[in-house]
Design a protein around this ligand. Structure first.
Ligand code: TRP
Ligand code: SF4
Length: 330
């Protein structure tokens, strides 16, 4: 039996190139070696977006389409919506009981989000417990490994602490430690060199048209020290070049050379990049368009995924209830 991988993504809008490089490429690759369980975690989205919950449903379907267009294969992987599997909430309840408040209050991601996000009120009971639901996601499927970005490492560490506490409290060996599978490629920045994010409007979406991609790439910030065509450039300090590394590896050496030797201008360099990204995304866009025309198929995939997920989740929950309620302790 292959080792099991679990990961989740919050449905908060269309996916962009950052998701592809940062997560989905890894997820697709892992399908060859692992049993993969991938969840669209709408309850996690709700914890942050409860005031704007009307958008979550449509984002769920957009996300399923984006995943499959990128190569997530529902015949090999279990793909499902978190809220179709109520066992996630039941396990979260059990885990909440034994999670000390201090662990959650100290969580760096939590503290950062309270500080950074001012447009929403996140001073809620649920939001503090976000990592407990995440632990439940992972432990429900007793995953061996979790492909995540570095920003999620504190959450994985909490998952391990919670699972160890469960095992030791109820004298069982139900949950095992899960390891992180981190992405190799460094994080892609947005068109303006800030973190790529939907809310900054600086991302190339998987669903963008060729025209949209051309406009966005043309506006990309380049090496600030290269003002004129005859100035030599510094590719390693230029965000455009990081896109060559991520998407146009066949031209990476050429691009370095034309930049460092001032053989091509930034406008040309970006035009070539735009064409390459358009070609790179063409099959994704084609597949996306086909899937969009077949909502019944998407629904069926997610329904079947939930059935398969619930089989595993149900088995775990039977053992969890037994461990908690029928343990013979003094
Ligand atoms: N917190 C994760 C994120 O924002 C999403 C997530 C929820 C997740 N549950 C998970 C990731 C379980 C990995 C495993 O990216
Ligand atoms: Fe950046 Fe390309 Fe201009 Fe070099 S030539 S500075 S890599 S945009």
């Amino acid at each position: 039996m292959n080792k099991r991988v679990f990961s989740g993504m919050r449905p908060t809008g269309k996916l962009h190139l950052g998701h592809l490089v940062g997560a989905l490429h890894n997820w697709v690759r892992l399908q060859d070696s692992h049993q993969c369980v991938y969840s669209i975690v709408d309850w996690h989205a709700l914890m942050g977006e409860y005031e704007f919950s009307g958008n979550i449903r449509s984002s769920v379907y957009d996300m399923a389409i984006d995943w499959m267009a990128c190569g997530i294969d529902p015949d090999r992987s279990i793909v499902f919506i978190q809220s179709d599997v109520p066992e996630h909430l039941e396990l979260q309840m059990f885990l909440s009981c034994l999670t000390p408040l201090g662990w959650l209050e100290r969580n760096p991601t939590y503290k950062e989000q309270l500080r950074e996000i001012t447009t929403r009120n996140l001073q809620t009971y649920a939001f503090l417990g976000y990592p407990v639901l995440q632990a439940a996601d992972i432990l429900l499927y007793r995953a061996d490994a979790v492909p995540i970005g570095e920003d999620q490492l504190p959450h994985l560490e909490l998952t391990r602490e919670i699972s160890r506490r469960f095992n030791s409290l109820y004298s069982v060996n139900l949950f095992k430690d899960c390891e992180a599978i981190l992405t190799q490629t460094p994080r892609l920045l947005g068109m303006d060199n800030r973190k790529m994010s939907k809310s900054y409007g600086n991302a190339i979406n998987l669903a963008d048209t060729p025209e949209e991609i051309q406009v966005k790439v043309k506006a990309m910030v380049t090496d600030a020290k290269r003002l004129r065509l005859k100035d030599v450039g510094h590719p390693d300090e230029c965000n455009v070049f990081s896109y060559y590394k991520a998407f146009v590896s066949a031209k990476e050496v050429d691009a370095r050379s034309w930049c460092e030797n001032a053989l091509k201008g930034c406008t040309d360099c970006k035009r070539i990049l735009a064409d390459e990204i358009i070609e790179f995304l063409r099959p994704v866009r084609d597949k996306r368009q086909k899937l969009e025309k077949d909502p019944a198929y998407i629904h069926e995939v997610l329904r079947k995924g939930a059935v398969r997920a619930r089989e595993i989740a149900g088995t775990t929950m039977t053992e969890v209830r037994k461990a908690v309620f029928s343990a013979s302790r003094a």
